[in-house]
Design a protein around this ligand. Structure first.
Ligand code: EPZ
Length: 424
């Protein structure tokens, strides 16, 4: 299992390029199920979850060519033949976002067999809203041997009101609705940019979608969709992580190929902490800090609020800020896996239910730490960049799930970081 070796203390300086968004790419790849024609996606990030999605689609009979070597990372997906509309447990257990194939499979083939996602490090993460929506659209749902079986001759347009705001639930049912008979109105939808990105691809494929990015999405079902070409949005969470890297190390970074509009809540919070942020053009942000940071509270909310996927990274920064920062995690019930590891590095953090109180500024000392979930791992990288000494981060496959060659990118702006294969 690969490890990272990181020696802290270097202020980062230079340019960091942001890759395509994993959380846009996953639903857009699943959308290819909806047509027998080829779908071409550009700017797909080279991360483990994309490889998992490739395996999932090819296990159903799709042809997927990940184009990392090619210009624009041009990936082609052809679901002309879907011989086995099943998402097997072996794959789903490694990536919960596999549930994104549920809606498109039922819409395209009339049936889907998807393993119930198992537990997850950050919470129960049920998919009851996905299932309830499909039932409302007329799907027959059965459960057996740990699988959900959904069947429908043809889904019917319906009025869907989400009990909870769910990103992949919105995406899954949006993909179900585009081939349904009649109109579907979905209320209390997620407004994340990844939903809007998916809707842009579906529209390019011939779908009739209005309101993506707002709480109410209207879909007029069509009989067939055609192939399309689409460029995936930049990854706003990777961009946010890089902004924190510049701030926490007291550096001066240009974060490029990003969409500043998607980072408004993160930028506002960093500025509240005393970080200097300049929007330098439509796809570039400059972040500078002389290291004096002020404490500021966060409360994670659905988009456009402060994203839960940036909570762990922000907590690392808060350990270096003067004062007490309250970090409230409202989206997931167990997303403080990074706390104990940060405490082992010298942070002063107390957790009470869903709120962590971070008291800073505390010097961090290098340690051997364990990566757990994707964003907790990013938090440990950020802490190690300012810790005194050399930290060893184990199980970095968690980071590789959502960050494209992060050690190469960070080394390129002055970080002392290297990947170490299993030494025994
Ligand atoms: C997406 O997960 C992202 N993943 C997550 O990013 C992100 O943390 C999350 O949205 C919240 O922004 C992808 O897009 C692939 P939810 P998702 O459904 O869709 C509850 C990362 O780090 N819920 O919006 O699975 C759920 O338990 C990952 O890149 C139900 O109760 O999250 C959670 O408490 C981690 N029933 C809340 O809603 C449902 O049917 C929000 O979950 C669905 C969700």
């Amino acid at each position: 299992m690969d490890k990272f070796v990181i020696r802290g203390g270097n202020p980062l300086g230079g340019t960091l390029r942001v890759s395509g968004s994993k959380n846009s790419a996953l639903p857009c790849m699943a959308a290819a199920i909806l047509t027998e024609e080829e779908v071409v996606l550009e700017n797909i990030p080279q991360v483990r979850d994309i490889e998992t999605e490739r395996k999932l689609l090819t296990s159903m009979g799709a042809e997927v060519e990940l184009g990392y070597g090619r210009a624009h990372h041009r990936t082609t997906i052809s679901c002309r033949v879907l011989s086995d509309p099943t998402a097997k447990y072996e794959i789903v257990k490694t990536m919960r976002a596999s549930s994104l194939v549920l809606g498109p499979l039922v819409a395209r083939t009339g049936m889907a067999r998807v393993s119930m996602p198992g537990g997850c490090a950050i919470g129960a993460r049920p998919i009851d809203q996905h299932i309830k929506g499909l039932e409302t659209m007329g799907a027959q749902i059965d459960y057996e041997h740990g699988y959900i079986e959904a069947r429908a001759e043809r889904l019917k347009g319906a009025h869907i009101l989400f009990d909870k705001i769910t990103v992949t639930g919105t995406e899954d049912l949006l993909m179900a609705a585009v081939l349904a008979e009649g109109e579907t109105v979905m209320e209390n939808c997620a407004r994340e940019p990844e939903v809007t990105d998916l809707a842009a691809l579906l529209t390019a494929m011939g779908a009739k979608v209005e309101g993506a990015g707002t709480p109410t999405i209207r879909v007029r079902g069509v009989d067939k969709l055609h192939g399309a070409k689409h460029r995936i949005n930049p990854d706003r969470i990777e961009a946010g992580t890089f902004l924190v890297a510049g701030a926490i190390t007291g550096g001066d970074l240009h974060v490029t190929q990003c969409k500043p509009a998607h980072l408004a809540a993160i930028i506002a919070k960093l500025q509240e902490c005393g970080v200097r942020i300049e929007i330098a053009g439509e796809d570039q942000i400059r972040v500078r800090s002389e290291g004096q940071l002020r404490a500021a509270d966060i409360s994670t909310e659905e988009y456009p609020g402060f994203p839960t996927d940036m909570q762990a990274q922000y907590m690392a920064l808060a350990t270096q800020a003067e004062g007490a920062s309250l970090v409230k995690e409202n989206i997931f019930e167990n997303r403080f896996m990074h706390v104990q590891e940060l405490v082992r590095m010298g942070a002063n953090i107390r957790v009470d239910g869903r709120t962590a109180t971070v008291r800073g500024k505390t010097p961090l000392s290098a340690a051997a730490v364990m990566c757990s979930d994707l964003r907790a791992s990013a938090s440990l990288v950020l802490a190690a960049l300012v810790a005194d000494g050399e930290s060893i981060l184990d199980r970095v496959y968690n980071i590789d799930r959502g960050y494209e060659r992060i050690e190469e990118k960070l080394r390129g702006v002055g970080a002392q970081i290297r990947r170490m294969g299993n030494v025994f």
